[in-house]
Design a protein around this ligand. Structure first.
Ligand SMILES: NC(=O)c1ccc[n+]([C@@H]2O[C@H](COP(=O)([O-])OP(=O)(O)OC[C@H]3O[C@@H](n4cnc5c(N)ncnc54)[C@H](O)[C@@H]3O)[C@@H](O)[C@H]2O)c1
Length: 355
């Protein structure tokens, strides 16, 4: 078992990482919640594997549980499901003293967190992230949101959970493509802040070894995210470093209509593209790009894409939220584990960008 504490202005909360934790989640919840009523929100994939045992474990500890199951996938993070959940929770006469639990990947975590932050002006909630991306990234940091038809995460708030409970064992049932998708964010974390983790990942030789080491890997990623969030709770500065590979990555996702590449794959291509530029500009030490490529290939991630119209990619990048006037703040690495923010002239970027 490993644990961390997130120290933010309004409250502190624990992140507990423990293999097999999900089987006695009732005990864990009992330690942090003295009420009786719990609404558990999940999706049907996660429900198939863990819904029954989680409900049983909570009921064994005397909790009165209502389980709400939504369809899986990004489309679930909608305004329609928001109002659906408000109704379900109010039908169960949830009050501000009760507890909501998010059991699932980033979609369920973001949606449930936003419901919890807004219903009755805020009901306490707990995150039990079940995808790798949710365990190392989305469950930490308090960003909760739903999508609008015109874009992702356009309605949201900052609302931290009471606790985050992570069971690395549940990753065994995650589809392979989601596993490697999450690995892209693990690699990003290592690239920006943890050379030791990068080397450690390179040494693992099989999927079995990866699973044997997940507790440590997740712990290190959560610790880095926790520190960055503590330094910049509301995402106005330092937190930008978490976007390494994301500016170009988002443009790639959009260019291919969010169909060809998953988020993680697009971030992988983005990390490689930006490091190619920074290494050519001698802002990054020679050989870093090659190390990154070795890592991406090892974890079944792409490092380039066939883009016919690079202009279109550049146009999307130019509209990025880190853009100001003729310049763009881009996240780069000096070496593995050493991140920095570089102000780049858009005209220069247009000249050198290649995917
Ligand atoms: N809040 C944040 O800071 C933050 C950060 C990054 C991403 N996000 C959001 O996270 C979302 C993506 O999250 P995601 O990649 O976890 O997607 P997801 O929630 O859709 O989960 C991926 C898939 O895996 C399934 N699944 C999850 N856990 C499983 C398990 N243990 N066993 C079997 N199947 C399982 C889900 O049903 C789903 O089909 C996006 O909406 C993104 O905007 C939020």
């Amino acid at each position: 078992m490993k644990s961390l504490n997130v120290n933010i202005s309004e409250n502190n909360y624990p992140i507990i990482i423990e293999s097999g934790l999900i089987l006695n989640i009732g005990d864990k919840i009992k330690n942090i919640y003295s009420g009786e009523k719990i609404s558990l929100i999940t999706d049907s994939n996660v429900d198939n594997f863990y819904g029954e045992s989680v409900v049983a474990s909570l009921q064994n500890k005397g909790f009165n549980v209502k389980k709400i199951v939504l369809p899986p996938g990004e489309k679930t993070k909608s305004i329609e499901n928001l109002t659906f959940l408000y109704d379900e929770l109010l039908d169960f006469t949830m009050s501000r003293g009760d507890l909501i639990i998010a059991l699932g990947g980033g979609v369920i975590g973001d949606l449930t967190g936003f419901v919890a932050s807004t219903l009755l002006r805020g009901i306490p909630f707990v995150q039990i992230p079940t995808s790798l991306l949710a365990q190392i990234d989305s469950s930490i940091g308090g960003k909760v949101a739903v999508d609008l038809p015109r874009g992702k995460n356009l309605v949201g708030s900052f609302y931290h959970p009471k606790a985050v409970f992570i069971d690395p064992q549940v990753l065994k049932t995650l589809e392979e493509r989601f596993l490697y998708d999450g690995m892209a964010e693990v690699i990003k974390t290592a690239c920006i802040k943890d050379k030791g983790l990068f080397d450690y990942l390179l040494e693992l030789n099989s999927k079995e070894e990866l699973f044997d080491n997940f507790e440590e890997i997740i712990y290190r990623c959560c610790d880095i995210k926790r520190k960055v969030v503590e330094a910049d709770e509301k995402d106005t500065g330092e937190r930008m470093i978490l976007n390494f590979g994301h500016t170009i990555g988002h443009a790639i996702e959009k260019y291919f209509d969010f169909e060809k590449y998953s988020h993680g794959e697009a971030v992988a291509i983005g990390m490689y593209a930006i490091t190619k530029i920074s290494e050519e500009k001698e802002l990054t030490s020679k050989g870093t790009l090659e190390k990154l490529k070795t890592m991406l290939v090892k974890y079944k991630l792409p490092y380039n894409a066939k883009v016919d119209n690079i202009e279109e990619i550049f146009d999307t990048i130019a509209l990025d939220k880190k853009s100001s006037g003729n310049f763009l703040n881009l996240i780069m690495i000096k070496n593995i584990g050493e991140v920095f923010i570089e102000k780049i002239d858009k005209a220069y970027l247009k000249e050198v960008i290649s995917i």
